[in-house]
Design a protein around this ligand. Structure first.
Ligand code: SF4
Length: 383
């Protein structure tokens, strides 16, 4: 099976922390939509050829992300799905997720989406408090955040997830617990929670360096991550990936496919693809994307991953999940030398309690999860 990701590069307002590719000008919207429909046509044959036998089972998951896909009108979304349906086999597609911001989620829009192709919503709530939303420059209010979840339920969305951010300087530990309790009370079956990260060249980075905003505290992030893990586990959510918590039966299939090496095709500016050891990415510039597609070529760069790079990716992504890094798989795919090297590097973390070994899998403990990226980097094979 395989997945498709589509990047919609438009937002109504720029959040201060964001470093995704997007524009708040909708000047290129029509031209982008036409280019996207063309790219679907252009890429479909290539993707099917590259996948060989996997293509016969068709596309399992589709994820429309961004940017803010919910800025698209219902007729624009219909055209995208029609185009996908005429170029890919979608009869076995089980999960179609659309990212939406609370301010776009009228009952009318949601009913259209539910009656159409979308069966899972990812709502960009980030916070239920005014102070945090102002700090992040989010466009919606706490009231709209709550309403959006209620409206999604009314429209029949059982599969839905919300994004929340912790570590915001305006967010106290008590308020963070309230946000988590709010999510649980609303019956949200899946929560993605991220530490606020200050990415280079974002407005937030600039504000902090000019002293116009307080810096983000690592201690606060660590404390609030601990609160998050404890609270969600207590309420029956499985911590199945570092930033993802789900009630049983509500894992994101699409995200799981990223972490387990399932091939996926990325469409739209800045979208990434992975097909059998090759990774490629479209240009992160909407005007150039449109111009190239109109001239008949997809503007993408790529690389073929070396065995060492594939192993490093496997270690990094598997350690982020609750299933951990499968040592037998490492030996089978990369050899006994790679296994010994990994076991040697992991031994310190096993002794210090940041990692444990369960049925021949290396699994991070809660403390280890907060340090996952650094731990994975220290386990990397260098070649
Ligand atoms: S809505 Fe999402 S993609 Fe758009 S600016 Fe905010 S964080 Fe970035």
């Amino acid at each position: 099976m395989a997945g498709i990701y589509i990047h919609i590069p438009f937002c109504r307002q720029a959040c201060y922390y964001c470093n995704f590719h997007f524009s708040v000008s909708f000047r290129n919207m029509d031209a982008f939509q036409k280019a996207l429909l063309k790219e679907i046509t252009m890429r479909s044959a290539f993707f099917k050829d590259a996948l060989h036998s996997e293509a016969s089972e068709g596309i399992d998951t589709i994820y429309i992300g961004g940017g803010t896909p919910s800025v698209l009108g219902t007729s624009e979304l219909s055209k995208i799905f029609e185009q996908l349906g005429s170029h890919f086999f979608l009869e076995n597609t089980t999960e179609v997720t659309l990212e939406a911001n609370p301010d776009d989620m009228t009952v009318e829009n949601l009913l259209f989406l539910r009656q159409g192709f979308v069966n899972r919503l990812s709502i960009g709530i980030q916070s239920f408090s005014h102070a945090d939303l102002r700090f992040l420059n989010r466009i919606h209010s706490p009231g709209q955040a709550v309403e959006s979840v209620k409206n999604a339920r009314k429209a029949g969305f059982d599969q839905l997830t919300i994004d929340l951010i912790y570590g915001i300087p305006t967010l106290s530990d008590t308020t963070w617990k309230d946000h988590l309790a709010r999510a649980v009370d609303l019956g949200v079956p899946h929560v993605s929670a991220y530490a606020l990260t200050v990415e280079k060249k974002t407005v937030l980075d600039h504000m902090i360096s000019k002293g116009k905003a307080p810096p983000v505290s690592d201690e606060q992030c660590a404390r609030q991550f601990d609160i998050l893990c404890g609270f969600m586990e207590k309420h029956g959510y499985l911590h199945y990936e570092i930033s993802n918590f789900a009630l049983p039966g509500h894992f994101s299939k699409h995200n799981l496919s990223y972490w387990t090496g399932v091939p996926y095709l990325g469409l739209g500016p800045s979208a990434h693809s992975y097909i059998q050891g090759k990774r490629f990415w479209n240009v992160a510039n909407t005007s150039r994307y449109i111009a190239c597609i109109n001239q008949g070529s997809v503007p993408a760069d790529g690389e073929i991953l070396s065995p060492a790079q594939e192993l490093n990716e496997y270690v990094m992504t598997s350690l982020r999940t609750m299933w951990g890094c499968d040592l037998q798989k490492v030996e089978e795919n990369w050899g006994s030398h790679a296994l010994k090297d990994l076991e040697k590097k992991a031994s310190n973390y096993l002794q210090s309690g940041l990692m444990m070994e369960k049925m021949r899998h290396l699994v991070l403990t809660r403390k280890g999860k907060f340090l996952a990226d650094g731990i994975a980097a220290n386990l990397f094979t260098i070649k």
